[in-house]
Design a protein around this ligand. Structure first.
Ligand code: AHG
Ligand code: MN
Ligand code: MN
Ligand code: MN
Length: 334
């Protein structure tokens, strides 16, 4: 990566004036996420060398066995934001409840809450396959000067002010939006700097990749079964290619670059699907729409769903616009 490319730090500062709330708080928040991403990246890269793979021994609120890196990444992101006293609250996939942040200095004056999936795709850690981090940022809706409440976290996705992910892949990238398009930055690990490598990222309108865990096919709703059969049918540019990593971040990233659709539907075993609305679906939906893609639960726009609880799950269909619309058509007509 050439030193002539813009760095993430430079990009954040240049774009802060374009952002409608110019208090500098969002800039400091994005800079803290950038820092935490580098720390987690350093640890992820050592997996296999030091004792950080495997289960941590606890079960999280989602009913999943926490991996050591789930816990590590969760701690790093929370501590980085907490110590800098930048946000007024954090909610995480790995925490039972939201965390209210305050100090004598801030006196509940901070305006933003962050929701985070600290380590996405944690089942892939032990086998050296790409994992990620997903984050989502809202302005609080309760008045400054008071502690945050659950209402600050249960906002509809379209109220997000920023969202993004880090993919710890063959190279490490940070991709984010503040509502003015999507930009991707690649980490030069030798000097610890993210450079703008993917300006104005955009889903192709059509694609030929479908990503879903087909092992669950038998449990899928009829509309999804019909859509999958459609993807496999010999006609025009079909059959499509099937690619499923099992890390939402990595599957999304590939589909955004190449054109494709990601599906995690509900099933007869999992009546609301698996993915979490607040930590996974809303931030990915914001990125998708900002990159000319689309995200839906099969019937409704993801970002229009009113959350009712922190760890709520929803069916998730996301990717190239025409492909998502086709899947919705199958859902409607089933
Ligand atoms: P997490 O590791 O944060 O719990 O998320 C796992 C999610 C998502 O990343 C992935 O797309 C999906 O679960 C994979 O689920 P299956 O193993 O059921 O396919
Ligand atoms: Mn998990
Ligand atoms: Mn996840
Ligand atoms: Mn996770």
């Amino acid at each position: 990566m050439s030193g002539q490319n813009k760095t993430l730090g430079e990009f954040i500062i240049e774009n802060q004036t374009a952002f409608k709330y110019t208090t500098g708080e969002l800039t400091r928040l994005l800079n803290s996420i950038r820092l935490a991403a580098k720390v987690v990246n350093h640890e992820v890269n050592k997996a296999g060398l030091v004792d950080i793979i495997g289960a941590a021994g606890d079960v999280n609120i989602q009913g999943e066995d926490q991996q050591k890196l789930d816990v590590y990444a969760n701690d790093i992101f929370i501590q980085t934001l907490k110590k800098r006293n930048i946000v007024c609250g954090i909610a995480s996939e790995e925490e039972d409840d939201f965390i209210s942040i305050n100090s004598q200095d801030s006196n509940h004056q901070n305006k933003y809450v962050v929701l985070i999936d600290p380590l996405d795709g944690s089942s892939n850690i032990d086998v050296n396959v790409s994992v990620g981090t997903i984050f989502s940022v809202y302005r609080r809706i309760t008045p400054v000067g008071s502690p945050v409440t659950i209402e600050d976290f249960l906002q509809e996705g379209h109220q997000q002010v920023a969202a993004g992910y880090i993919v710890y892949g063959t190279s490490t990238m940070l991709v984010y939006t503040t509502g003015a398009g999507v930009n991707g930055f690649t980490l030069n690990p030798a000097i610890g700097t993210f450079y703008l490598s993917h300006p104005d990222m955009s889903f192709p309108e059509d694609g030929n990749i479908y990503s879903c865990n087909e092992g669950n096919y038998i449990h899928f709703p009829q509309g999804i079964k019909d859509y999958i059969k459609y993807c496999q049918m010999e006609e025009g540019d079909r059959p499509y290619t099937s690619r499923y990593i099992g890390s939402l971040v990595s599957d999304f990233h590939r589909n955004m670059i190449k054109g494709g659709i990601y599906l995690y539907p509900k099933s007869s075993k999992n009546s609301k699907g698996k993915l979490r609305l607040l930590y996974e679906c809303n931030p990915m939906a914001f990125l998708a729409e900002q990159a000319n893609g689309k995200a839906s639960d099969g019937f409704t726009r993801i970002m229009d769903i009113k959350p009712t609880e922190l760890h709520e799950r929803v069916p998730f269909i996301c990717g190239s616009k025409n492909m998502v619309e086709k899947a919705e058509e199958f859902e409607r007509n089933a």
